[in-house]
Ligand binder design. Structure first.
Ligand code: ITT
Length: 203
C-alpha cells in the first residue's frame, strides 16, 4: 500500500480528510506523527501557493508523497478577508472562538453577508511532480454562532439550502458539500492517475 503524509497540524483537517479516503487505498500519516516537522511559514499570496509550500516541505523532509490543505473563509463585504489569514484573523494564537467573535463584530449591521469557504490541496511527489486542486463552498455569515460540530468558522457559516450552519452538519454531511470535500475528490483522482502511470512504467 502506498504511503502519504497529510502535511497539516490541524487535527480537524486530518479527521475530515481521513474520513474521505477510500477504504484500503493509501496508508496515511499526519505531520504530527513526525516530531521533526515544524510549522511552515505561510508566505504565499494564495491558498494554492501556501498549500504548495506546506506539501513541498514535508516531501523534502521525509521523501514521501505529501498532501497539504490551505483553506479559509472569504467574505464579500470584507473584500475577501480573512482569506489566507483565516486561522490568524484575531491573532497569532489561531483561536477559533476569537476569530468568530471578530467576524461577528466586523459584520454588525451589514446586510451583505455573502461568503465562501475555499480550499486548495497540494500534492507533491519525491520525484518532483506537483499538483494543486481547489474547491469552494458558498454560504452566508450568520448573525450568531450555531452548532457544535466541525471547527473554525463552521458555527457562523450558514447554508441557506440546508437551513443549517456547517457546525450543525455531521461530518458525513459536511463531507458531501464542503470546499475540502470538493478539492479532495479531485486530489484523489490525481493520486489514482499517478499510481496508474507508475504501474504502466513497471510493465
Ligand atoms: P495547517 O496550516 O497546519 O494545515 P491551519 O489551521 O493553520 O493548519 P490554514 O492555514 O489552512 O490551516 O488555516 C485554515 C483556517 O481557515 C482554519 O484555522 C479555520 O479558521 C478556517 N477553515 C478552513 N477550513 C474550514 C472549515 O472546513 N470549517 C471552518 N473553518 C475552516
Amino acid at each position: 500500500m502506498n504511503k502519504i503524509v497529510f502535511a497539516t497540524h490541524n487535527k480537524n483537517k486530518v479527521a475530515e480528510l481521513t474520513s474521505m479516503l477510500p477504504a484500503k487505498s493509501w496508508s496515511v500519516q499526519a505531520a504530527s506523527d513526525f516530531p521533526e516537522l515544524e510549522d511552515v511559514e505561510e508566505t504565499g499570496n494564495s491558498f494554492a501557493e501556501n498549500a504548495l509550500l506546506k506539501a513541498r516541505y514535508v516531501t523534502k523532509m521525509l521523501g514521501q508523497i505529501a498532501i497539504a490543505d490551505d483553506s479559509g473563509l472569504t467574505v464579500e463585504y470584507l473584500k475577501g478577508a480573512p482569506g489566507i489569514y483565516s486561522a490568524r484573523y484575531a491573532g497569532e494564537t489561531k483561536n477559533d472562538q476569537a476569530n468568530n467573535k471578530k467576524l461577528i463584530k466586523a459584520l454588525v449591521g451589514i446586510e451583505n453577508r455573502v461568503a465562501a469557504f475555499c480550499c486548495a490541496i497540494a500534492i507533491t511527489y519525491p520525484n518532483g511532480k506537483e499538483f494543486v486542486v481547489e474547491g469552494s463552498c458558498p454560504g452566508i455569515i450568520g448573525l450568531e454562532a450555531r452548532g457544535n460540530n466541525g471547527f473554525g468558522y463552521d458555527p457562523l457559516f450558514y447554508l441557506p439550502e440546508m437551513g443549517k450552519t456547517m457546525a450543525e452538519l455531521t461530518m458525513e454531511e459536511k463531507n458531501k458539500i464542503s470546499h475540502r470535500a470538493k478539492a479532495f475528490s479531485l486530489a484523489l483522482k490525481v493520486l489514482q492517475r499517478e499510481e496508474e502511470i507508475v504501474k504502466l512504467h513497471r510493465l
